[in-house]
Ligand binder design. Sequence first.
Ligand code: GLU
Length: 483
Amino acid sequence: MATVRTRFAPSPTGYLHLGGLRTALYTYLYAKQNAGSFVLRIEDTDQERYVEGAVDAIYRSMRLAGLNWDEGPDIGGDYGPYVQSERKGMYLPYAQQLVEMGKAYYCFCTEARLKGLRAEYEARGETFKYDKHCANLSKEEVQARIAAGEPYVIRQNLPEQGEASFDDALFGHIAVDVSTLDDMILIKSDGMPTYNFANVIDDHTMGITHVMRGSEYLSSTPKYNLLYEAFGWEKPVYIHLSPIMANATRKLSKRYGDPSFEDLMNQGYLKDAIVNYIALLGWNPGDEREYFTLDELTQAFSLKGLSKSPAVFDMMKLRHFNFEYVQKMNTQEFEQAILPWISTVIDPARFDTHRLAELLQPRCEVLSELAERLGFLNEMPEYDLELFFNKRMKTNRETALPVLEALYPLLEQSPVWSEQALHDAVMDYVAQQGCKNGFVLWPLRIAISGWENTPAGAFEIAGLLGREETLRRLRTSMDRLKA
Ligand code: GLU
């Protein structure tokens, strides 16, 4: 069997969206699993839709996701160039060959004639179809008109009747009645190929054996397969993939603000969690497993596990995956991962970020959400004294003051400033008083954090703040309670 060669062929029209990421992922997995090659090809024939910076964004996202290509624009390979605009000279000879075989023809119809034709169809309420006006021009006439400098396009010459079909590995036999199809332009008047023509020629000339792409191409594939038949080329295996939906009625789409891969990374999702979750949107391993590294996916992936029905992207599910991936990190890794996020609200040089990482990790779902939980650390926030009121702990501003006044000297005299030492000192006091823990711990935590909800308890916060700052905050709070 020929070596498997797959390709991901994005059009550089923006960031890598999640549907694209999934196609790239499956394409990568299939190649790797079969010890084949994974090719990256940039399909930029449609210059009007070209978005500046999009190619770099695609490279960046794919590399981040670990989907390293074996051949591609930036690294070369035996089948280059890998950017369609750099291949522009390659397409015309193939179209000319089709003309020789009667499978394509030169068309000199002017814009005005086509416009009139379109209007006629419209008036009859039919979809436009080119009327093969130029299909039967003699070779001599064609040559003379080209020589005279008349502009022309080259159109695919479809049979008038019959069926065009192909077999999709997932969707099975797909057939269309050719009489419903239009003689599509293959080469435009500027000599450039149309997108679909370039796509076919490239897949063949790059030796692609398996094509995976979105199911929006399912209906046009039979038509373009006629080109393979005309050339007598072996067709690749086609695997069209069901869309990823945002909800029951619409596809995931950046037009509606659905996030791209990079957006999710910028929101604090981990790449491995995203890739793992995306892999499961449209594929299942056939057993109960849910967590996969890229290598494990490479082992487990199979075409049999692909689903024909659309998958729905569920942000809560992704959060859950992210949570699980966060929990898998060791403290050092987590500390490194959170530094850029927490540095936006705290000065990391002032705090024991290792301890902070230990405290934050067990409940962390998404990294970007950590910063907002730490706002009280850098500076004591202005807070409402009513926070001392807590019905369950039986505390209020009046009960808080004597407790804080009793705790202050205990803390101040603590020989070491550690969570354990502070814990012991405070708990001794609780035991002496014979009160509930919360009666003491609630006011202490409020007095040094100023926040009702904090990601850590009073001792941990005091440990992070250090002796001087904790005592300073306590004094401020006591002064306010006295006033
Ligand atoms: N360039 C196409 C796109 O970005 C992909 C077509 C294909 O994979 O054949 O949608």
